[in-house]
Design a protein around this ligand. Sequence first.
Ligand SMILES: [Ca+2]
Length: 383
Amino acid sequence: MNPWLSLLASSVFGVAFSSQAEHFNIRDFGASPNDATDDTKAVAAAFAACGTNGGGKVFIPAGTYMVSRQGVESPILELPSNSIITGEGSASVLKFDPRVNDSNFWRMLGISGARSNIVVRDLRLDGSTTATKYDKGKTPEHNHGVFLYSKTGTIENITFENCLVENFSGDCIAMGYGCRNITVRNVRLRNFIRQGIQMGGGNSARDYLVTGCQDLEPSVKPGGSTIHVEHARGLTGVTITGNHCRNSILAGGVTGMIIRDNMVTGRIVGNNNTNLVLSGNVIRGKPDSNASLIQQGYADGLIIDGNILSSPSETATGIYVWGTSRYNAAPSQNVSVTRNLIRVSTKAVYLNGVKGGLIRDNTIPAGNSEKMILIQRSENIEQ
Ligand SMILES: [Ca+2]
């Protein structure tokens, strides 16, 4: 069965399609690959025709197509409901005209109102940035590859898969207000100046899955994290699993989150998470960093189980859970730290301002492991 039919058969959509779903080839709308002519209007026309049709398949044949600013729009290319947007793998490229990066807030693909049931797959998005590092006030840090954000309606059942997203001065993929049931699967990221995958909340956002993604060896210096949750605004139900992150996972403010089986260089960090499971992650600290490999502040309901942590730094802490600071009186509470293998030189587990917890069955190979568990300003910690 070809992938298109199999997708239909697997009832990806809430809305049923016939197997004769209409095809919209961007070349039929005037797009011309591998030349200097701008293709934005042609691609937009194909998307619009698909939308007017009530859905269908938009095909982006192999080749590089130029995308440029048209006006004040954000995103530049608005995805239609009930659609599959597909290319022929990384040979199908939507590429920013480099002049897009002369200013800020231009997003290549996205959704800005109520839309649902969309799959974007087998494409390469190229942001054409020439910036090599974050330069405050100069980097156009909001020029994203993908931007899902609606304050007026729900963005629901959206999947990005098997894409390469690279060279964006902002985020490769960003989502926030109004997003529900969003999946990012098997997406490769490269050369982002801000975040790789940025998730936020607002307008009842919930249920994000990021899985099988990896950031490739960059030639620019990332300013942020591979995977990032910022401005959660009540965000619930986030799963981050099976990803390869060269530059940390930072995720805070979420109720109900699973961060499992990721390979991380750097750290897993967050504050104000409720009901968080951190399990099965392999975390390797950066040689030049003394920071904690896992750090959580003001957590309520936190399980840290079965992770492997190691750091080449002499002074990095393994697991640090904290609360009750001068800024926020809330302790971290209901914290369980079990069955982790922690290969650091000084503090393996450090609880500071924690109310109610369990530390048990961790393996700490280096030095005097009892001295490597430090508990301060905490109560009801069982060992
Ligand atoms: Ca062209």
